[in-house]
Design a protein around this ligand. Structure first.
Ligand code: CA
Ligand code: ZN
Length: 301
């Protein structure tokens, strides 16, 4: 199994990136990831504005997938996410949902023991997830810093991007050029204060290709749902995009009228907030698999 080391990182998803490793569809790889601060924060005594802000949100990669062409889907199954035994969280004035109420910056170093993060006497069961994961964007979409989510993926900060889940990215460039980083040991929907429990990780992925199928936004398959992960300048915009795609996919895969698909979506689809603290907001529309299976949804694309 190939391992991609965590010193091979990008800070921007662009249509041109220097490849660090090539793999074939069907291959299983291990990717070492840095935390969003590139491990620059390790003590509560540190001063946040003294770290190097040019090294935030490193994503390990990019990885070239042989045979991937624009117009295909890159299938990324997350087999395992291992995280270290200590993570960091931070509060910064003017950041997060309640940034206006923050009176001082603080850093908290939070230990993990036997699957629980311990904070102020609360035992939090960890649920490791990947914050930043994406592929090269289309040239006309421009260049995206790794701190932002968009159609290529990026900083989607979605807690369902966890072991057992599968992501589907639209391929925009030859080789797809996958990169990832910014694991969180745990995070609630919204990422309210602007960090999760930020932590280095070791992610095992199985990579595959679905030829001649594409989507506007990344899809995420869990045990229960197929989700559309959409982002926008506001949560309203993200919700509109995610819903619009969900209704379209239900209509096309079941072969029913758009208005009926809209009703069916209203009865079954869950809208969830992924994050509201990045340069763009991310929401997800979750279509239950009993409405349409992920395979059927993808074959109707
Ligand atoms: Ca993040
Ligand atoms: Zn993060």
């Amino acid at each position: 199994m190939k391992t991609i080391p965590n010193d091979k990182v990008i800070y921007k998803f662009s249509h041109e990136m220097k490849v660090v490793e090539s793999i074939s569809p069907g291959e299983i790889i291990k990717v070492e990831t840095n935390d969003c601060f590139y491990q620059q924060i390790f003590s509560e005594e540190q001063v946040l504005n003294e770290i190097d802000y040019d090294r935030l949100n490193p994503a390990t990669g990019p990885i070239y997938v042989k045979g991937a062409q624009p117009g295909d889907l890159l299938k990324v199954k997350i087999l395992d996410i291992k995280v270290k035994d200590k993570g960091v969280a931070a509060v910064v004035p003017d950041e997060g949902v309640l940034g206006d109420q923050v009176t001082k910056p603080i850093i908290r170093v939070i230990g993990i023991e036997n699957g629980y993060a311990l904070f102020h006497g609360v035992k939090i069961p960890i649920k490791p997830m990947i914050g930043v994961i994406g592929v090269a964007p289309a040239k006309e979409e421009g260049i995206w810093a790794t701190d932002s989510p968009w159609k290529h993926g990026g900083n989607m900060d979605t807690k369902d991007i966890k072991a057992g889940a599968t992501l589907y990215f639209p391929v925009n460039q030859e080789g797809a050029l996958l990169a990832l980083g910014d694991c969180h040991a745990v995070m609630g929907d919204g990422e309210i204060c602007f960090t999760g429990l930020e932590i280095p990780g070791e992610v095992t992925l199985e990579i595959d290709l679905i030829k001649n199928k594409t989507t506007k936004w990344p899809l995420l398959e869990t045990n229960e749902y197929t989700m559309i992960l959409a982002s926008g300048d506001t949560l309203d915009e993200a919700v509109y995009e995610a819903t619009s795609e969900a209704v379209k996919y239900i209509k096309n895969s079941l072969g029913i009228e758009w208005e009926d698909a809209y009703i069916l979506a209203s009865l079954t689809v869950d809208l969830k907030i992924s994050q509201v603290v990045d340069p763009k907001m991310t929401a997800r529309a979750a279509i239950p698999k009993y409405v349409v299976s992920t395979d059927k949804l993808i074959s109707s694309l």
